[in-house]
Design a protein around this ligand. Sequence first.
Ligand code: NDP
Length: 342
Amino acid sequence: MSVFISGATGFIAKHIIQQLLEQNYKVIGSARSEAKCVDLKQKFNNNPNLYMVVVPDISELDAFDEAFDIHGSEVKYVLHTASPFTFDVTDFEKDLLIPARNGTLGILRSIKKFSSSTVERFVITSSFAAMFDLHNLDNDNITFNEESWNPDDWNSCQRNARAAYCGSKKVAEETAWNFYDNYKSLLKLEMTSVNAVCVFGPQMFDSDVANHLNTSCEYINSALHSTTDKFPPYVSGRYIDVRDVAKAHIYAFQKENTIGKRLILSEGNFNTQDILNYLNEDFSVLKGRICVGTPNDGVEHSSFGAKTDNHKTKEVLGFKFIDLKQTVDDTAVQILKHEGRL
Ligand code: NDP
């Protein structure tokens, strides 16, 4: 029996596939084109346990029908990671909300149609963005936890790209839980959602390093390429390493105690100053070349706003997450090596 993973070309998905193959699972990945399928298979050394299928655009509600019609009888676990993660959009419905919602609804409908007796577990890659309230991020009286929901809806989230992305994750996750609740008695599957905060860490393959990285790793990339006279784009939030996110997706379908749960993948808080501090302290090649900022303005020394309580998730998963220094340093090492600077 196989694990089906949508959005197999993604930053997070490639780490999940690597860990699945290490555990000898048969994996069926979906990507948008034949060329992307071939490229990914090559990156995984044409591992015979990795099979790729083309699913061109998840905005189409029947996008997954063909894949599940053909392969559905051999799929036991489904990991739905595909969803647009970018703020570089202007048509929020077309570019964010519709693919996020329809991708989720579509893959669940295809499972119901073709794999209702075989698929046992469904894991959705949701996000902490589906949980927090953008209007209350600075409010230190607020604590977000596994029961929290982003208060925005389809219309209210369309005020800017960041809110629309967060809204798209909320709408997609809500769609999945509603489907699960409505069809639980007809289907065999149990569901878990993985709600990661900002995901850092190395790309799965050194050849994936590019001038511009995926949205979350670009925060480190832009700090690493900052100049002494200009502070890079400021970000503050919570972080988690991609290798832990991948591991959590696998635990999410392997363990019984994850059933029906929303898992918050977060190790702690960070801001751009913390990233600059590690880059300046740990890489002599960057000293005197990148922005130093104000080292005491890292999160340990400044007030942070709303808190996050994910102790329930940590109890369920039972493994220790990678810390900020390691995730920043591992990300930076890979970029610097790729650029021939280490
Ligand atoms: P990537 O952009 O690397 O991966 C996104 C994946 O979704 C890619 O495989 C992409 O395909 C696919 N995709 C996007 N839009 C469509 C579409 N319309 N039709 C078909 N496929 C599509 O980002 P990440 O790996 O970071 O994100 C993966 C998931 O994790 C997303 O659901 C994201 O919301 C979630 N997430 C990410 C966090 C982070 O900090 N990185 C934090 C929390 C959640 P293609 O490669 O062809 O573009």
